[in-house]
Design a protein around this ligand. Structure first.
Ligand code: UGC
Length: 327
């Protein structure tokens, strides 16, 4: 459902941006990567404890799912929504120069909520099935070309914190109302109660600084609240099932906003040229190439895969909600 007339943002001129492997560090400006720190040489410093009678390692607070709907215009309360997306492999376009590209036609964002995609049943060793995470920084709000257009709803600054009364503080110390006991959970309370992923600003996506990351099946990804991202792009031959966790309040324009790239613009994720890739890869890799040039890991021996963003005209923003209003 369209909730506003198209708004315009200036597009970049032609340029190329490398595609990288998804890692907590490289993805930090856009959100978080969830992966087993023990098997990913992960230096994120996550705390862990031993749980389940000594049979489990429990990594704590692996992602920040704080919602920000209290700052929405409607003030309608959000709930946690857990959906499943079964994503088919995307069609790639083979260009006359031998490059295989993925056309990014649309970006979207969820202004008040993080959104986590957890792939099911794809093993770390499956290098033929992976997904591409495409994200863009947010430009300052003044970058909308026409300020007279109604801008999309966006988080307002939080109201100043009220001091809690002594009674409220004491009530907070009561036993758990569900179990009525004082037994500590195995999960200590978070050290910082405030969220680590802050909502991005209200501006349009910065198409000149799009980033793309190849993610493996043993990695889940959390887009930070308000982060511009392409709808999920599965690469390979098989679909991937994702469990997707977010908040939603049923107000279409507050749950999801889209930025359409007009059809006469090209914003593409670009694999390496076929000939270059064949020079350096084994049979196994060239088989994978038929599905996607960069394979599921980009290593230093690979020709650098690129995102090519070429735009001839202004891109158009359509604010479109995707979540139906509750009846
Ligand atoms: N990311 C993605 O594939 N889709 C969504 O964000 C969605 O909510 O539709």
């Amino acid at each position: 459902m369209a909730t506003g007339r198209p708004t315009h943002a200036t597009s970049p001129s032609n340029h190329l941006i490398p595609v990288g492997n998804l890692s907590p560090d490289t993805f930090a400006p856009f959100g978080q990567v969830i992966q087993n720190p023990a098997t990913h040489n992960d230096k994120s410093g996550l705390a862990h404890i031993i749980a389940n009678q000594g049979t489990a390692t429990k990594w704590l607070d692996v992602t920040d799912m704080t919602g920000h709907y209290e700052r929405s215009r409607s003030q309608r309360q959000a709930r946690v929504a857990v959906n499943m997306f079964v994503c088919q492999p995307r069609k790639l376009e083979e260009r006359s120069d031998g490059r295989v590209i993925f056309n990014v036609e649309i970006l979207e964002r969820h202004p008040f909520t993080p959104q986590t995609f957890v792939p099911l049943g794809v093993s770390k060793s499956d290098d033929k099935t992976c997904y591409l995470v495409v994200v863009a920084p947010t430009l300052p709000s003044r970058s909308w070309d026409d300020q007279s257009e109604r801008q999309p709803p966006y988080p307002t600054p939080p109201s100043p914190k009220r001091r809690r009364s002594l009674k409220e503080l004491l009530l907070g110390a009561r036993p758990n109302p569900f179990t009525n006991d004082y037994a500590p959970s195995t999960t200590p309370p978070p050290v910082t109660p405030s969220s680590t992923l802050k909502p991005k600003g209200p501006g349009p996506p910065d198409l000149a600084n799009l980033k793309a990351f190849v993610a493996r099946g043993d990695q889940a990804v959390t887009y930070g609240p308000g982060t511009w991202h392409a709808p999920m792009v599965v690469l390979g031959e098989k679909p991937i099932e994702f469990v997707v966790v977010q908040h939603a309040n049923g107000v279409a324009s507050e749950d999801c906003q889209e930025f359409e790239i007009k059809s006469d613009d090209v914003v593409a994720v670009d694999g390496p040229a076929k000939s270059a890739h064949h020079k350096v890869t084994s049979d196994k890799a060239s088989h994978n190439y038929r599905q996607w040039g960069p394979r599921c890991r980009v290593d230093s021996k690979d020709p650098v895969p690129q995102i090519s963003t070429q735009t001839s005209k202004l891109a158009t923003m359509n604010i479109r909600g995707q979540v139906e209003q509750p009846t």
